[in-house]
Design a protein around this ligand. Structure first.
Ligand SMILES: [Zn+2]
Length: 265
């Protein structure tokens, strides 16, 4: 394995036309990956897909504001989570960008998230966290990241915690690193220098790479559908920012991924 996509959604309908071709390209690029669930049906689909390929694994969980009506059914998710192909719980967390505008919404998100923390601790598998803030900073209101840092700081979990799609400041990166988290960097780092500092501030042994495909394609595919085989562009940009050789950075990220998710290859 040369590359690892810690977060993709290959089970979504955007891949219905050419999923097999995308998987072949992934294999050609010697890329392993985690197919991430966003609700129960998508988690089941992630596990099914992972079972068919030895370079794929799955994460099962309920996104903070996808499928808002779904109640987190712990026993059902636990049954899925115990599958050997499942290497993480998520994506779960807090999203005040698309929701969480009211106290009630915030409480629901927090409750869903807490249940998934419990499940991850119970089955002893890593947590994949989605955390996104509303666009404007509202005075005296705790931001999603502040809330997340508080929750993780209080919990002191002994399972790996991955902050997926990390696009925060260097200061925020350092706070997560201090808590022991891994930061997974996505496609947008290839077309802006806004995240260079957070990459510089994250030690190499805490960095993961992801596509979040079909969303957020890196340059040179910006604006097109994303897919796991494009993760090499994300890794190349990390190497450039870190002023390190690409093969060394790629190997370190694969090693980090294998350690975090407990996968071989
Ligand atoms: Zn995602």
């Amino acid at each position: 394995m040369d590359y690892f996509d810690s977060h993709c959604h290959l089970q979504l309908s955007q891949f219905d036309e050419d999923r097999e071709a995308a998987l072949v390209r992934m294999q050609e690029h010697k890329t392993g990956g985690v197919v991430v669930g966003t609700d129960y049906a998508m988690s089941v689909a992630a596990v099914e897909l992972a079972k068919q390929h030895d370079f794929l694994w799955a994460a099962v969980g309920l996104h903070p504001n996808d499928n808002a009506d779904e109640l987190f059914d712990s026993p059902a998710y636990e049954k899925l989570a115990r599958d050997p192909k499942v290497v993480a719980i998520g994506e779960c967390g807090l999203d005040y960008f698309r929701g969480g505008g009211t106290f009630e919404e915030k409480t629901t998100q927090r409750m869903r998230f807490e249940m998934q923390i419990e499940l991850a601790a119970k089955v002893g598998k890593p947590l994949i966290i989605h955390c996104r803030d509303s666009q404007q900073r509202i005075a005296n209101i705790t931001s999603a990241h502040e809330e997340m840092l508080n929750i993780l700081g209080q919990r002191k979990l002994d399972i790996p915690v991955i902050i997926h799609f990390f696009t925060g400041t260097g200061e925020l990166a350092q706070k997560y690193v201090e808590l022991g988290c891994y930061l997974s960097f996505p496609g947008p780092i290839t077309y802006t220098d806004m995240y260079d500092q957070s990459i510089l501030d994250t030690p190499m042994d805490r960095i993961l790479s992801e596509t979040d495909s079909p969303f957020a394609a890196p340059v040179p595919y910006r604006g097109k559908r994303n897919e796991p085989s494009y993760v090499d562009h994300v890794v190349a940009k990390i190497a450039l920012i870190k002023e390190m050789d690409l093969p060394d950075v790629a190997a370190q990220i694969v090693q980090n991924s294998q350690k975090v998710f407990g996968v071989a290859g």
